[in-house]
Ligand binder design. Structure first.
Ligand code: COA
Length: 144
């Protein structure tokens, strides 16, 4: 099997990213236009992982020295794609002089919470009933 490659997203990645975000649970429901805008924003970090076809993406906003994770999804669970994308984001954020990656996940999204905890993220807060389904938002920071 060929290796997973991670690179900055281009305009040509918008439709595959849009389709992946639509297909997966717990993703931000981007419009294609909003994703296209993220490709060219200088304060965005937008990376895609591919192995022949797109396997995942991560999108974050750099605000001063904070890298705010907006969305992360893989085409399928397991296999290390999420870890590879998060590591690449952390490297890119360090290169932008960020001190941390801040993120939030639904308390119902046990898989994501375990994934981020394994990556070293620490819970720093909670927003009760934040999501449409009534679940809390768990706020986490990943120090760089
Ligand atoms: C969350 C998500 C990005 C994780 O990506 P992934 O490719 O499945 O994760 P990886 O295979 O890289 O897992 C990395 C580590 O996370 C941990 N982990 C992942 N899933 C886990 C689970 N269900 N239970 C416990 N630990 C888990 C493991 O420690 C794993 O390391 P290991 O394989 O050495 O055991 C992916 O499941 C996804 O796209 N989910 C839907 C969208 C989503 O929830 N995004 C997050 C929004 S905040």
């Amino acid at each position: 099997m060929s290796a997973l490659a991670v690179r900055p997203a281009t305009a040509g990645d918008v439709s595959a990213t849009f389709a992946l975000a639509q297909a997966r649970p717990y993703t931000a429901k981007w419009t294609a236009a909003a994703l296209a805008a993220e490709v060219s924003r200088s304060d965005s970090l937008f990376l895609v992982a591919e192995r022949g076809e797109m396997r995942g993406y991560v999108l974050a906003r750099v605000v001063e020295r904070d890298c705010r994770l907006l969305d992360l999804a893989t085409a399928s669970d397991g296999g290390g794609c999420g870890r590879t994308l998060l590591s690449a984001l952390m490297l890119a954020a360090k290169a932008r002089d960020c001190r941390k990656v801040s993120l939030e996940a639904s308390a119902a999204n046990e898989r994501a919470l375990a994934f981020y905890a394994k990556a070293g993220a620490k819970v720093v807060g909670r927003r009760p009933k934040f999501y449409y389904d009534g679940s809390d938002a768990v706020l986490m920071d990943l120090d760089l």
